[in-house]
Ligand binder design. Structure first.
Ligand SMILES: C[S@@+](CC[C@H](N)C(=O)[O-])C[C@H]1O[C@@H](n2cnc3c(N)ncnc32)[C@H](O)[C@@H]1O
Length: 209
């Protein structure tokens, strides 16, 4: 599978320099991370993969609630370089569409605020299914715009700016996850700033046999 374009990686390398700014983390990402951590606490897991882990803030927190291995994957060296200063790991440079992980190696796959950047959502979901054990959990948090028109307009704007992204609506997310071989258990909006217009929704699903 061809890797993502160089400028895609460069965009995130650049972003990594300011990614950990506390005000952004506290208002935008922390509420999402807390919602995912609550899901992780609900059920024991030994092998957790964080795909699109960024600078590894959630990955590191997950290391505190999981009794086992938490591994972070990201395509940006800039993001990963910052992640390596955290105590957990390993940290792996990888495209979400082709994870360097054997089949059925993970109990949980989490991905927060990264799914919209993946170039092929269905391929990413198939990859998550491949690496999960049967019955394993998928926890994806991403902005799910209320209206399809808004999702398309935002996607077109980003594509014109040279950085394609696509945010599925909540019902589309459910349909795609189920089509990839998961059973969706719940979809919970996260309470945070701008959450009314651009709600991040945590979709929790289980790999079917
Ligand atoms: C907004 S950041 C989110 C980081 C982290 N999950 C968090 O919640 O703080 C999106 C991350 O997705 C990564 N990413 C984008 N496309 C990717 C891909 N195809 N494969 C792996 N990581 C990707 C970026 O490098 C970036 O670190």
């Amino acid at each position: 599978m061809p890797g993502p374009p160089v400028h895609h990686r460069a965009f995130f390398d650049l972003w990594s320099r300011v990614y950990d700014v506390p005000i952004v983390q506290w208002t935008v990402y922390r509420p999402v991370h807390q919602a995912v951590l609550a899901e992780l606490r609900a059920e024991p897991a030994r092998r957790v993969l964080d795909v699109g882990c960024g600078t590894g803030i959630l990955t590191a927190s997950a290391g505190g609630v999981v009794d086992g291995l938490v591994c972070g994957f990201d395509l940006s060296f800039g993001m990963l370089e910052r992640a390596t200063h955290r105590r957990v790991g390993p940290w792996v440079e990888a495209n979400a569409l082709a994870l360097p992980v054997r089949a059925e190696a993970a109990d949980v796959v989490v991905s927060t605020e990264a799914f919209h950047w993946f170039s092929d959502h269905d391929a990413a979901l198939r990859e998550f299914r491949r690496v999960l054990v049967p019955g394993g959990r998928l926890i994806v948090a991403v902005v799910n715009p209320r209206a399809g028109a808004l999702a398309r307009a935002a996607g077109e704007w980003f594509a014109r700016a040279g950085q394609p992204a696509y945010w599925p609506t909540r019902s589309e997310m459910r349909a795609r996850v189920e089509a990839a071989g998961f059973s969706v258990r719940r979809q919970r909006p996260v309470v945070r700033l701008f959450g009314v217009s651009f709600p991040t929704v945590v979709t929790v699903a289980r790999r079917t046999e």
